[in-house]
Structure formats: structure tokens, C-alpha cells
Write a protein of this length. Structure first.
Lengths: 232, 257
């Protein structure tokens, strides 16, 4: 899975990123570097959503949740561990991609760790959301619809492909509250080649606070809804 | 004693079954339509605004590619359906029905393609209208081209579903196959802007061929012909005719995980 996800990331970055970058050479910055972190964040989204898919399959298809709840682990611990393990799985899955982004951006090691932290927090938010969806959806159709809706919102209503200044007002408004936008802004503000080109200025810690708060909130929602499915 | 059903009636029953799932899955229908509209009116519109020095209308270019990539995405779903049927115990029942397994594969692949075609027909009409193309014959021809593509993609998806028995691995691999099929093609960006090493690969992509053929019909200044048609038909021949029918035998006695 690690290899396939990295391949996914490399296709996204190496094909779409380079092709779109070649098309948009008229911009005063490298479009390829601009969209690069988004490719890794999309991979994180896919990886983190696997957590929800696993939970859904256990509940609905395999019917193994009942067995899992008989294990000698408190239900709260079990639910929290699923969320945490899903987050860590997404972080590990995107580690090669994060390294690639750090190399492309010329990040020093401390800022690479900051990038890892961003991936961790973002993955937690998406894992929480996916588990929440899995806990509420009783059909594959509904779960798949929620998953693809989330992915569309995160990708297209964010600054992944276009700066907020170029967006119509309704897209800009939706993008302002998008965790992908916050994560991307943090990456692009990290001292490196793109920071200078975009003139983004110093790292804005408020973005971290927003992303962290949302991540905690979504993980809590995912935890509570998942926990509710364990009561019969 | 009742007569054995004809091959055509079996295929029709299988297609009809897949069409009924279309009606029973309104969320997916609505979701994919909204996704397509967002691709067009958000992504394509905004990137076109940024791409002012290209020398061609990127929105028009992308609009055709969005149709092709949408039907590719929908056609891949048939493999997921097979997985779900197996997990629900339905696949064993379907295989016990009194018709050959090759017919089953053909029927399912065509069903996936017809389902995709019904999904994208309104989108195709919208794109033709937005691109200023109003010929019903041309639109019908474009739909025929993307139907052929969808048949091949359905066959590819079924082939992958038979090769990979683990649902998680299949889920990720099918997403990868879909990404590679669409991204390593001229669906969403012209070949000339792709990395040089990938241009020869993308040239042989059936998605490139389908996109080029439809653009040649709908958009002025684009051309395509026999080469693209041959590539498309070869792709369908391999995955729909040979790959699916041959590999399908392997699932006898094997279990999905």
C-alpha cells in the first residue's frame, strides 16, 4: 500500500504537476512548486479515508466489529486507537511524499519536521471525518458519496490549484474554511524557494491553530460517532 | 422444457440489471454530476484564467477531457460492483445461473459502459453547447466514441477485480489505475506539455485517442483519425475481449479476501 500510494503521489506530481507547470509558465512563480504540497495532501486524504473504510467494512460487510468489541480493550481506548492508528498510517504513507516536497522546497530539517507535523494534524482531521462518515453510513453508496464529496471539496475549493485572489467570491469563501487551504498555506510559508517567489512572509501560526483545532474537533466527532455504534 | 435463453437476451438482462443499479444509486448519480460541474466551472474556469499565454482555449480543451475522464471514472466502478457482489455472496449465485461466464463478463462490461453513457450524455450535451457545437450527429458520434472507451475501461476494471482478491488493495489499485489512465493522457492537458518521457506512453493511451477524436468532432482546429480509432479499438479488444474472458476462468475456486 505504501508503494502504491507513493506511486499515486508521483503520478499526481510528476505528471499533472509538471504538465500544468509547463502550461502555466506565464506566472511569476513556479506553478509546479505551488501545487506540489497539494499532491501529498491528497494522498494523505486518500490514506486517511481508508480508516473510515476499514471501520465501515467491519460494521457492515465483514460484521467483525462485534468480535473486535469482545477483545479485552476498553471501548473508548479501542475507538481512540483506531483514529490514532489511522492518522499514523496516513502519516507514514505520505512520508516519502513529504520528503520529496521538503527536497523540492529546500527545507531545512527543522522545517521538514514542521511539514511532518502539518501532515499529522491534517491526516487526523481527515481520519476523524472518515470515521464519522463510516459510523453514520449504512450503505457503500452513501459512504462512497461522502468520501468523494469530501475529496472534491478539499481539492477544488482550496488553494491547491489557484490562489485565493483569482477565485470568485463564493469559491474564496468556501476555501477560507478548508483545512487543505490552511495546510497548503503553512507549507508555502515555510522558508524555501516558493516562499520567496510568493512573498508569503513569515510563518503564520494562526493557520496552525485553525488546523489543529479543526483536527481535534473532527477526531472528537469521529470518536463519538464511532463509539455510539458500539452500543447495542 | 423451456428454451435456453439466447446470448443477446442474456446480455440484455445483465445490462438491464446494471442500469437498475443506476436508478437505485441516486446519491452517486447526483454526486458525479456535481463533481463534473465543479471540474468544469471551478477548476477549468480558474485554471483558464491563469493560463493566459497558452494560445488556445483551455476551458474548451478541458471540457472534452472532463467528459472522457468522467466516463472513465464511472466505467471503473464495475470492478467495485463485482467486489461488493462477492462479499455479499451474490457473485456465486450469479455464476450459478444458466449462461456462460464469458457472456457474464461481456454483459457486465457492456452494462458498465451503458451506465456510464447514460451518466455522461447530459454532460456531453452541455459541453457541446458551451463549446458552441450544435450538431446532433456529431454529438451522437462523440457519445459512440466514449461508449467504446467505457467498454474497454469496464473490461480493464473487471480484469483488475479478478487479479486482485483483497478489497483494500483493489480499492487503492483501481484508484491508481484510474489516475494513471486519465493523468497519463491528453484528457486534461495537451501532450506537448507533458514530460517528454511520458509523451510516447500517453500517445498510445485509449483516453488520449478518445479525447482527440471527440475534440476533432466538437472543437475547431483539432484533428484525429484512423490512428486514434485503431488505438481505441485495440484497447477494447485486449481488455474487453481477451483479458476479461481469459482471466475470468481464474476465479473458479478462488476466494475474494
Amino acid at each position: 500500500m505504501l508503494f502504491i500510494m507513493f506511486l499515486n503521489f508521483m503520478i499526481d506530481l510528476g505528471v499533472s504537476g509538471l504538465s500544468l507547470g509547463a502550461m502555466l509558465k506565464n506566472l511569476p512563480y513556479s506553478y509546479f512548486l505551488y501545487i506540489a504540497p497539494g499532491a501529498n495532501l491528497i494522498t494523505a486524504t486518500v490514506a486517511a479515508f481508508q480508516t473510515g473504510r476499514d471501520v465501515w467494512r467491519e460494521r457492515i460487510i465483514q460484521d467483525t466489529q462485534v468480535y473486535l468489541l469482545t477483545l479485552p480493550v476498553p471501548k473508548n481506548t479501542f475507538a481512540a486507537s483506531r483514529l490514532f492508528s489511522g492518522t499514523m498510517r496516513a502519516l507514514v504513507t505520505t512520508l516519502p511524499g513529504t520528503i520529496v516536497i521538503a527536497l523540492l522546497y529546500g527545507l531545512s530539517f527543522p522545517y521538514f519536521l514542521v511539514g511532518l507535523l502539518v501532515m499529522l494534524v491534517y491526516s487526523g482531521a481527515v481520519a476523524g471525518l472518515s470515521v464519522a462518515a463510516a459510523a453514520m453510513a449504512n450503505s457503500l453508496e452513501l459512504f462512497a458519496t461522502v468520501r468523494s464529496t469530501v475529496q472534491v471539496y478539499l481539492s477544488f475549493f482550496s488553494t491547491q490549484f489557484y490562489p485565493s485572489g483569482s477565485m470568485p467570491s463564493y469559491v474564496a469563501a468556501l476555501s477560507t474554511f478548508n483545512p487543505m487551504t490552511w495546510a497548503l498555506m503553512i507549507f508555502r510559508e515555510l522558508p524555501g524557494s516558493l516562499n520567496a517567489a510568493l512573498q508569503t512572509g513569515p510563518l503564520n501560526l494562526a493557520q496552525f491553530a485553525y488546523l489543529g483545532a479543526l483536527s481535534v474537533a473532527l477526531m472528537l466527532v469521529g470518536f463519538l460517532l464511532y463509539r455510539r455504534t458500539m452500543e447495542y | 422444457m423451456s428454451e435456453k435463453p439466447s446470448s443477446l437476451s442474456v446480455i440484455w438482462v445483465l445490462i438491464e440489471r446494471d442500469l437498475r443499479t443506476l436508478v437505485k444509486s441516486p446519491f452517486i448519480l447526483i454526486n458525479r454530476t456535481i463533481f463534473f460541474l465543479i471540474q468544469l466551472f471551478v477548476f477549468a474556469a480558474l485554471v483558464s484564467k491563469l493560463a493566459t499565454a497558452l494560445g488556445f482555449n483551455y476551458f474548451d480543451f478541458y471540457s472534452v477531457g472532463a467528459i472522457v475522464s468522467t466516463i472513465t471514472s464511472i466505467a471503473f466502478i464495475i470492478g467495485e460492483d463485482l467486489f461488493e457482489e462477492e462479499e455479499l455472496g451474490l457473485l456465486d449465485y450469479l455464476l450459478s445461473l444458466p449462461f456462460g461466464h464469458s457472456l457474464f463478463v461481456i454483459g457486465r462490461a457492456l452494462g458498465g459502459a451503458v451506465r456510464g453513457l447514460i451518466y455522461v450524455t447530459p454532460m456531453m450535451i452541455l459541453v457541446a453547447y458551451l463549446d458552441g457545437y450544435l450538431s446532433p450527429v456529431g454529438v451522437a458520434g462523440s457519445l459512440a466514441i466514449i461508449f467504446v472507451l467505457a467498454t474497454g475501461i469496464s473490461g480493464l476494471s473487471i480484469t483488475l477485480a479478478m487479479l486482485i482478491r483483497n478489497a483494500n488493495r483493489f480499492d487503492i489499485l483501481i484508484a491508481l489505475a484510474e489516475l494513471a489512465t486519465v493523468r497519463v493522457s491528453a484528457a486534461i492537458y495537451p501532450l506537448t506539455f507533458m514530460p517528454r518521457a511520458l509523451q510516447p506512453v500517453a500517445t498510445y493511451s485509449p483516453v488520449t485517442s478518445a479525447s482527440d477524436l471527440v475534440r476533432a468532432i466538437i472543437l475547431p482546429g483539432y484533428s484525429a483519425g484512423a490512428y486514434e480509432t485503431v488505438v481505441l479499438l485495440l484497447f477494447v479488444g485486449i481488455f474487453f475481449g481477451l483479458g476479461s474472458a481469459f482471466l475470468f476462468r481464474k476465479i473458479e475456486g478462488g476466494r475474494f479476501e
